[in-house]
Ligand binder design. Structure first.
Ligand code: ADP
Ligand code: ZN
Ligand code: ZN
Length: 773
């Protein structure tokens, strides 16, 4: 028996399965989808069996070293999906296969050596990688002859985890009133009687010493218990009552769950219009039919609140996958799915690969979010994978958003996707949006990043005991040039994108067509000298704010304050407990907007994203402002948004203020058409890296010249030009962009180009669906 095996070998020159002999012992036990360890040159590598057969065309083939699975890790569907991914994103099939697995199942190449015999005792319990390659060969030979045993080193061993059960013993023990955390925990226990440490730790932000102090005082008892790693265990106790759907919601659910429906739907509704209720009911209908569901959300939305809604609705049959879980927790969730113990998978991007076998619906919430695109190989967009899997399972796909990307909306207009609008916000109007012209603030002599109305607004909220969220739109940090008088940003004359300021060269450049200009001394449209690159950091903003409102308690959330695991949640919890008046941060605080006590949302430098050198800059800014201003005042209290900008008349700002997607769409589509951008064209982005700038340039020119042979009215090659990150990790980077109308031959040409370059050890990457520049 012969197995065809895809081997995880970096920089393979051919991307095809290799034949291996299946040893006697495993005959008939090895099936496609199993992970195996195979010899490859001097090494032993991880491989995945994709097919089996009786005979090989080759004469001398090596045997499989060991079989790592008892049951296949990959279903037939996922094996097929991996070839689709490798074909459409131009990556190795092995890369696609590995991208589908949680890290804990990606057996490390490294092997631990175990030996009982004296002859090899100097190898004992060492990693194979510690030895020079001749010795490695010797070890592998010895392993093949059964003289030593090799054990794969897995990054994290599956271990049982423990928690502490905390029970109330005696609430009458006197506590000093200064010990606020002790009092907090005692009062919590008076209400709840008992709890788990893992739960109160986050909810009440306690340290273990507080628990032990109370244990010593006899207030409570602590007992260590083994638990199955279920990170959301504490969320399943609530009882669920189904919502009565509105007519719009019901119409959407009916369309999505119609018998044998296989369409892709766009569920278009403002924040709070009840899209999540539509997801819940549609999933429920599919479960009733014995089918399963995948709900994809941007990483940022995977808050306990969101998970709670799903756990409450579907109980234990929900698995949650996201990057905040430990390797072991991910492994557990993944295993539960693979073994058919769950029917609903909720997760970020990679959850689209969840090994469910009877999928009845796939949903992408907030479909416009950039995190749905994977930026490393396989460079897939989650929407495409969802559509492929839905076709395999004959089931519908739902794309939900208040601000769908232009491609999606255009497809719904053409009838490729079915359009399902939710026209009203559930239970009320959208909160008012005030646009503040920051140029006027400057005229008044206000040089701080905060307008007077915003400062007044915040002070008012502090007095009333309400909270404010301040969002710093910081994506365009110091890269673009803005006139403080007329609000003009400098644009490329050919591309309708902003020019990027290059500090080293002190020049402006366009990353799409290569256009260059000197940094002007004055504004080309109003001749003002107040023209400069724009941007500011979170820490500096915090300092200025503390200076302006000394009584404010500010919680800052940015990369610095959230780098540790769980820090994100901790800060949000603290804010929810009202330990701060202001939550200040970049885009990552978006979920802080869902708290009922938040009645003011301010956006500082709303137009900063307009300055990104990306043709999607306007779209991203529109999305941000619409999303933010749809969120203030979600509770009983009325809300308000204040949007600060230097561009108050800009169509993006104006249409976002009115929540007018339609007008924005029409205007933006015209510009996209003029600029030759998606959705009118498809893009292919080729990035060439080399240690020497001339080398990168020469190679990029050769590639561009080669591709120019394909040029026609429907196919244009731009470049070469510097990549937005022209030098990265000491490599010089050049770009070639190919614009086309969806021709198959583009992929073929790029595949051939790529294969040749890899052979020559030239660093080239291709992204056939570039999403963030
Ligand atoms: P979206 O996902 O569009 O932002 P949600 O589904 O979160 O909107 O709905 C916003 C709020 O309105 C939630 O608190 C939700 O429970 C409530 N809601 C939505 N639809 C209904 C309904 N039909 N009946 C009762 N409450 C609803
Ligand atoms: Zn100007
Ligand atoms: Zn240009």
């Amino acid at each position: 028996m012969i197995a065809e095996v895809i081997v995880d070998v970096a920089a393979a020159t051919v991307d095809r399965p290799f034949d291996y002999e299946v040893p006697e012992l495993w005959q008939n036990l090895v099936v496609p989808g199993m992970r195996v360890e195979v010899p490859f040159g001097p090494r032993a590598l991880l491989g995945i069996v994709v097919a089996t057969k009786e005979e090989s065309d080759l004469t001398r083939i090596k045997p499989i070293v060991r079989v790592l699975d008892e049951v296949p890790t990959y279903t037939e569907e996922l094996l097929e999906l991996s070839s689709y991914l490798s074909e459409t994103t131009l990556c190795y099939q092995a890369t696609a296969l590995l991208a589908m697995l949680p890290a804990a199942l990606k057996v490390s190449y490294d092997k631990l050596i175990l030996t009982e015999t004296a002859r090899f005792s100097h190898w004992n319990r060492k990693k194979i990688s510690q030895f020079p390659s001749e010795v490695q060969q010797e070890i592998l030979l010895a392993a093949r002859q059964g003289e030593v045993e090799l054990q794969p080193v897995i990054k994290e061993k599956k271990t049982t985890k423990t928690d502490k059960r905390i029970r109330l013993l005696d609430p009458s023990v006197p506590l000093s009133s200064q010990a606020t955390k002790q009092v907090l925990l005692r009062d919590y226990l008076i209400e709840q009687k008992e709890t788990m440490w893992s739960q109160v730790m986050h909810e009440l932000d306690l340290t273990l010493s507080i628990v032990h102090t109370l244990e010593r005082k006899g207030v409570l008892s602590v007992e260590t218990v083994d638990i199955n790693r279920n990170p959301y265990e504490h969320l399943t106790q609530d009882i669920f009552t189904p919502a009565r759907l509105t007519d719009d919601q019901q119409a959407a659910v009916d369309a999505i769950t119609a018998p044998d429906e296989t369409a892709t739907f766009l569920l278009h509704g403002v924040t709070g219009s009840g899209k999540t209720e539509v997801y819940l009911e549609s999933i429920h209908a599919m479960l009733e039919r014995g089918r399963q569901a995948i709900l994809l959300v941007p990483e940022i939305s995977l808050t306990p609140m969101m998970v709670k809604r799903f756990k409450r609705r579907f109980g234990e049959r929900v698995a949650v996958l996201h990057s905040g879980l430990s390797l072991g927790e991910k492994y557990d969730e993944w295993r539960k799915i693979a073994q058919g113990e769950v029917d609903v998978v909720v997760g970020a991007r990679s959850a689209v690969f969840a090994p469910l076998t009877n999928v009845g619906i796939i949903i992408l919430d907030e479909e416009h979010e950039t995190t749905y695109k994977q930026e490393e190989n396989p460079k897939y967009h989650t929407r495409d994978v969802a559509t492929w899997r839905a076709a395999f399972h004959h089931c519908p796909v739902v794309l939900g958003s208040a601000t769908p990307i232009l491609e999606t909306y255009a497809r719904s207009q053409k009838g490729v996707y079915q359009y399902l609008p939710l026209k009203e916000r559930f239970g009320g109007e959208l909160p008012p949006v005030d646009i503040i012209d920051m140029r006027k603030e400057l005229e008044r002599g206000n040089r701080t990043p905060f307008s007077l109305p915003l400062i007044e607004g915040i002070k008012q909220r502090i007095e009333r005991g309400e909270q404010t969220v301040l969002l710093l739109n910081r994506r365009g940090y110091t890269t673009f040039v803005l006139c403080r008088d007329c609000g003009e940003t400098l644009q490329c004359p050919h591309c309708a994108v902003n020019l990027t300021y290059h500090q080293q060269a002190d020049r402006l450049k366009c990353h799409y067509c290569g256009f260059e200009a000197a940094m002007p001394k004055e504004c080309p449209s109003c001749s003002s000298k107040k023209i400069r690159q724009f941007g500011t950091g979170t820490q500096k903003i915090e300092e200025e704010l503390a200076h302006l409102i000394p009584e404010a308690k500010i919680i800052r959330m940015d990369q610095d304050t959230t780098s540790r695991k769980g820090a994100h949640e901790k800060l949000l919890n603290a804010f929810e407990r009202r330990e701060g008046n202001i939550l200040l941060g970049t885009q990552m605080i978006a979920k802080g907007l869902d708290f009922p006590n938040v009645t003011l949302v301010g956006v500082i430098a709303a137009d900063a994203t307009l300055g990104i050198p990306d043709f999607r800059a306007s779209e991203r800014t529109f999305q941000l402002i619409t999303q933010v201003s749809g969120r203030a005042g979600r509770g009983e209290l009325a809300g308000q948004s204040i949007i600060q900008t230097y561009n108050p008349e800009h169509y993006v700002i104006q249409t976002a203020k009115q929540h007018d997607y339609e007008t924005f769409y029409n205007r933006e589509m015209q510009l996209r058409k003029l600029g030759g951008h998606p959705p009118f064209w498809f893009l292919g982005l080729i990035t060439i890296s080399a240690a020497h700038p001339l080398e990168a340039q020469a190679e990029a020119e050769a590639i561009a010249a080669q591709l120019r042979h394909l040029e026609s009215d429907d196919l244009v090659v731009n470049g070469p030009l510097d990549a937005p990150l022209a030098r990265l990790k000491n490599m010089y980077r050049q770009q070639v962009i190919i614009k086309h109308k969806g021709q198959e031959e583009v992929r073929e040409a790029l595949r051939a180009m790529l294969a040749l370059r890899i052979k020559q050890k030239i660093q080239v990457t291709v992204d056939l669906n570039p999403f963030v520049f």
